[in-house]
Structure formats: structure tokens, C-alpha cells
Design a protein around this ligand. Structure first.
Ligand SMILES: Nc1ncnc2c1ncn2[C@@H]1O[C@H](COP(=O)(O)OP(=O)(O)O)[C@@H](O)[C@H]1O
Ligand SMILES: [Mg+2]
Length: 407
């Protein structure tokens, strides 16, 4: 089993997937734009070879280089788990005659309009939506859809350049920011709570699913720097309140004909109970949410993913033991992190329920909070009781503080 894996070193969870592949017996061949020396230790340890390319976004060039590198050797799988390289992965599969999502099949996962058209046809409730290529088309779409509405890039990620617009005047103010975007998705604004529905799917059957709750909604988290955003993987995924979303998730997988691997869906739950589709990626969620699944069930979702894509089998024992909250922290001030406050006290109180501390260390430059989902790092806490888990998460939000100063 020879697997080509695109970008084995970045983002930070990728080495775990490489580990999973090698654990289930595959040889893993990495392709990325980092130098081999810069790869994280775990990736290096589990790779059989590595090809550095100048630019992962130059798909034609990457395909040509990989083809040459592979030569006459046989490749069994091509795996790409980063949103922006999904089409590259599909092109590599086509060029190397490897099974898995083709370019055509990848499109509904990348283009938010094609995605919703396919789901509309399957009777799934999506926000009213339009594709727009010019400011004129955006205005016409707004007329049809009504305010408030959402404007966002048709192939976006991480809430980048996503705007909630209250009225025509606000829209005119926002339009210049979208000038660099070739195509815009205009959507009815859906008010409600926001959840994920993440799956490990094998031969089109969902073998494991995870539901995580965003506190607050990602767009709000991305608009207010003072917030410490939380993602909580829920223990009780079978509760009545989530049933509509879980059922919708099953229908979405079926409608898109997804067969093997991870998917990551987002959906909205309105106050009146109505469930509305948000989006789906043909890949795992980012921001260490797969680690969250492991903390929730004490299993190895990375290896189970690998077993599915390599051997078409899922062997995980899914025991839902904990609610798991990840709390992302943003330093106060600019420049270098000079102090971290509150950690000692929280450690003492949380004891074994604090399972992962992953903040930037004192002395490092803080990150640009608009460009990273993990911000200046995070803590992960878990507890069998949701209310206790939420209390701990809120305490981390309030009492754990990073201070930055100067440059
Ligand atoms: N139609 C909508 N109604 C309400 N909120 C939305 C809508 N579309 C996007 N958002 C907000 O913007 C965020 C980002 O949009 P999304 O479609 O998930 O794109 P991506 O995560 O790929 O950037 C969502 O998580 C949600 O908070
Ligand atoms: Mg999203």
C-alpha cells in the first residue's frame, strides 16, 4: 500500500495522519512545500520519502513533478486533507490513475454554490443562496434573498472575508472588500446555534460521527478579538435536540455520494428547532478537532481514518466517555508573549480534567488572530458532564490570560 500524502508537515495535525497511515501498514510518500529538514519529527519518522515542490498552489506544476518522481512505481492512494489542496489531490489521482474523489466529484465540496444546488435537489434545507460574479450580481441577489444576508467567497475557509450585512447601505460599504474575490456566495442569514457533524465514512456508510458545538458562532468569534472561542465535542450526540442535524448529515453524505474517509459538515439549529445546512468539506475538521474526538472516546481516529482509506475497514470501538472543550486564546497586546496568567490556579482546580495545554510559550511572537483558527494556542478540558465541561471552558476563557508586549 503506497500512499501519496500532500503536505505531511502542515497544518500541525498532519503528522498524526501520516502516523496513522504508517501504523496500518502503508508506505507514505510526502509531497509538500517545506524543506525536508523542516518537517516535524513525527512526519519524518513515518514517511518513506518526500518530494519538496516550490509551490503547492501551482497545481499543474505539482502534478508534473509528482508524475516524474513516481515514474513507473505504482501508487495506491492520494490523500489530501487541507481544504485548499482538495482539487490538487483530485488532479493527482486522475494523473496517476488512482481511485478516490475525482476533480468533478470534489467540486461540490469546494464550491459552496454547487454544494447547495446538489443538496437542494436532494430536498435538504439550505439557506436561500445565489452565486455572484460582479457587484451588480451581488445587488440583484440581495434583492432576491433579502436582508440580513451573508456575503462570502464561494471557495472560502476559516470565515475569511465573510460578512453579515444588515441592509443595502452596509452592503455598499462591504462590497470593496470583496473586489479581489472572483465569485461570491450570497446567502440568507440564518440565526441560530452552530454545530459540526463530522464523519468517518467507509464504503459510503457512516461508521463514526462527532457533533461539536461552536461557542460562539465562528463568524462572531472571528469578528471580536477579545473572545476566546470554544469548540465542544459533545458526548451525548444522540440527544433529541441534535437529531435533526444528525439525520441531515446522513442525507448529505448520501446525496453527495461520499464514500471513504473523513468529512466535516457545519449546520445551524434555529430557535424554532429548524435545522439548516451550512457547509461540508471532504476532509477532517481542522484546529485539532480530530484530537478532540480522541479525547472524547479514548480511541485513535487518525489510525481509523487510515484503515478506512487503505483497507476499507473501520475497527474503532466507539465509547463516548467525555465532552471535550478546546478553548483558543488570544494574547492581549501586540508583539511577544511576556506572561501567562491564571494557569497555576486552573491546573490545580481542574486536575486530570485538563488534558492538553498547548499555548505559545513566553518569548514567542503572538500570531495574527485573523489568520489562524488556533490563535495563540489552546487548552483542552474534558468531563463526562456537559455543564461541568462548559464551566471549565468558560473559566479558561476568563481566567487564563496571555500578555504580549513590544517587538
Ligand atoms: N447563511 C449563513 N447564515 C448565518 N451565518 C453564516 C451563514 N454563512 C456563513 N455564516 C457564518 O460564517 C461562518 C463561515 O462560513 P462558512 O460557510 O462556514 O465558510 P468557511 O468556514 O468555509 O469560511 C459560519 O461558520 C457562520 O458563522
Ligand atoms: Mg465553515
Amino acid at each position: 500500500m503506497d500512499v501519496i500524502f500532500v503536505s505531511p508537515g502542515y497544518p500541525t495535525e498532519m503528522p498524526e495522519f501520516v502516523r496513522g497511515l504508517s501504523m496500518v501498514g502503508a508506505r507514505v510518500w510526502g509531497v509538500g512545500d517545506q524543506t525536508a529538514g523542516a518537517l516535524p519529527h513525527m512526519a519524518k519518522r513515518h514517511l518513506s520519502g518526500y518530494l519538496q515542490v516550490p509551490n503547492l498552489f501551482d497545481e499543474t506544476d505539482v502534478v508534473a513533478r509528482v508524475r516524474q518522481w513516481v515514474g513507473r512505481r505504482r501508487v495506491d492512494r492520494v490523500e489530501v486533507l487541507g481544504e485548499f489542496w482538495m482539487v490538487l489531490g483530485a488532479r493527482l489521482r486522475e494523473a496517476l490513475h488512482v481511485a478516490g474523489l475525482t476533480v468533478e466529484e470534489t467540486l461540490p465540496f469546494r464550491d459552496k454554490e454547487v454544494m447547495k444546488q446538489r443538496l437542494d435537489a436532494a430536498g435538504i434545507r439550505t439557506p436561500r443562496h445565489c452565486r455572484a460574479r460582479t457587484e451588480g450580481e451581488i445587488r440583484a441577489a440581495a434583492e432576491k434573498i433579502g436582508f440580513p444576508l451573508i456575503l462570502k467567497p464561494i471557495a472560502g475557509a476559516g470565515s475569511a472575508n465573510t460578512h453579515r450585512v444588515e441592509d443595502a447601505r452596509r452592503m455598499e460599504a462591504v462590497l470593496p472588500q470583496l473586489r479581489g474575490v472572483a465569485e461570491v456566495s450570497v446567502e440568507e442569514f440564518i440565526d441560530g446555534e452552530e454545530f459540526t457533524f463530522d464523519t468517518l465514512t467507509c464504503h459510503g456508510h457512516i461508521r463514526y460521527h462527532n457533533v461539536a458545538w461552536y461557542r460562539p458562532r465562528p463568524l462572531i468569534a472571528r469578528t471580536n478579538e477579545w473572545i476566546s472561542p470554544q469548540v465542544i465535542a459533545l458526548k451525548n450526540v444522540d440527544q433529541a435536540a441534535l437529531r435533526g442535524g444528525v439525520e441531515m448529515g446522513h442525507k448529505v453524505i448520501e446525496a453527495l455520494g461520499f464514500r471513504d474517509g473523513f468529512t466535516h459538515m457545519e449546520w445551524y439549529l434555529k430557535a424554532d428547532g429548524e435545522v439548516v445546512f451550512g457547509e461540508i468539506g471532504g476532509r477532517p475538521p481542522g484546529a485539532r478537532q480530530v484530537d478532540q474526538m480522541n479525547y472524547a472516546c479514548d480511541f485513535d481516529a487518525f489510525a481509523e481514518w487510515a484503515r478506512i482509506v487503505c483497507w476499507g475497514r473501520f475497527e474503532g470501538r466507539v465509547q463516548r466517555k467525555y465532552n471535550v472543550a478546546t478553548i483558543f486564546k488570544r494574547a492581549m497586546g501586540e508583539g511577544r508573549i511576556v506572561r501567562i496568567g491564571g494557569a497555576e490556579q486552573l491546573r490545580k482546580e481542574f486536575g486530570p480534567y485538563l488534558v492538553w495545554e498547548n499555548l505559545l510559550p513566553v518569548g514567542s511572537m503572538r500570531r495574527n488572530w485573523l489568520q489562524t483558527l488556533v490563535s495563540d494556542g489552546f487548552w483542552v478540558v474534558r468531563h463526562p458532564e456537559l455543564s461541568v465541561c462548559m464551566e471549565m471552558a468558560d473559566r479558561v476563557g476568563r481566567d487564563l490570560t496571555l500578555f504580549a508586549r513590544g517587538t
